[in-house]
Design a protein around this ligand. Sequence first.
Ligand code: NAP
Length: 312
Amino acid sequence: MTGWTATDVGDQHGRTVVITGANGGIGLETAKVFAARGASVVLACRDRGKAMATAAALPGGNVTTVGLDLGSLASIRHAAEELRSRHSRLDLLINNAGLMMPPLGHTEDGFELQIGINHLGHFALTGLLLDRLLTTPGSRIVTVSSSAHRQGRIDIDDLHFQRRRYKPTTAYSQSKLANLLFTYELQRRLTAAAANPIAVALEPGIISTGLQRHVSGAMAFSVAVLGKLIGQPDTAAGALATLRTATDPAVKGADYYAPDGRILNASGHPVPVRSSSASHDADTQRRLWVESERLTGVTYSFNSRSDAGTAA
Ligand SMILES: NC(=O)c1ccc[n+]([C@@H]2O[C@H](COP(=O)([O-])OP(=O)(O)OC[C@H]3O[C@@H](n4cnc5c(N)ncnc54)[C@H](OP(=O)(O)O)[C@@H]3O)[C@@H](O)[C@H]2O)c1
């Protein structure tokens, strides 16, 4: 049996897809496929000028942009308002943007960069767009995690490394574990509210992209060698797990997909897999949710008749 490929993505006319961090890498490859299948695609990027040039080069003629810096709650609120005013439906929110292993730094709101951008920014954005997702039949929230979540340990009382020594790898793994804790808790709350969207997540494999820009020395060498030996052949292959979780009718809420390659799931075609046991800890999921609401000031409302997320 051959594996799932981009040719399995069905017609997307009439569907609206928002992709964060779609200026390059996996996000751009994902956008290309949705645009080619006729979706209305919104590139949600912090460099809007670059995003507009990218949009003009994509096929399909229905690609727009919104300025979004996930390291700024003000920018996230602004982007969500703009999206809500422009789109009455939202079929897919693809939380793709990410930052890996930078030196210690903080977002505009004082969050450690990786938990701030990779998790808290997407938590806020999703909450602020939830009403559009709740009222769009068949909608999905797709969050891009990583195999790094398997090394992840989360300290909810010290998300920003104020009491622990900062290690770039530990902070990245923590943020990618947070992506899964968020997805599973979101699905639990959607199910409890009998709400229509599903929340799903994936890891894309190993792909050479801009993500590795902060990795240097021996680790850069190992990542490059590993990528060549067992990684995805190109960035388009790296977008397959996102495309499958976003479009395959067989995908269910709280599913997690990864490439089927035998070594570290680093390459191959996307299949359902089980994420780490830490990611399934319901108590940690709830505690992270409460802390994420507190830190972002975004409270989720699952009542589709009112505005979904409210910013305090
Ligand atoms: N590549 C891999 O091997 C791999 C493996 C596992 C998981 N992943 C995950 O896949 C996702 C996509 O990564 P990629 O490999 O495609 O890397 P990439 O090429 O570096 O793309 C990441 C995107 O995120 C955007 N971004 C970073 N900080 C942002 C911010 N503050 N606000 C808005 N957007 C921001 C970047 O925008 P700029 O262009 O402005 O920097 C870029 O467009 C990430 O979540 C990553 O963790 C990748």
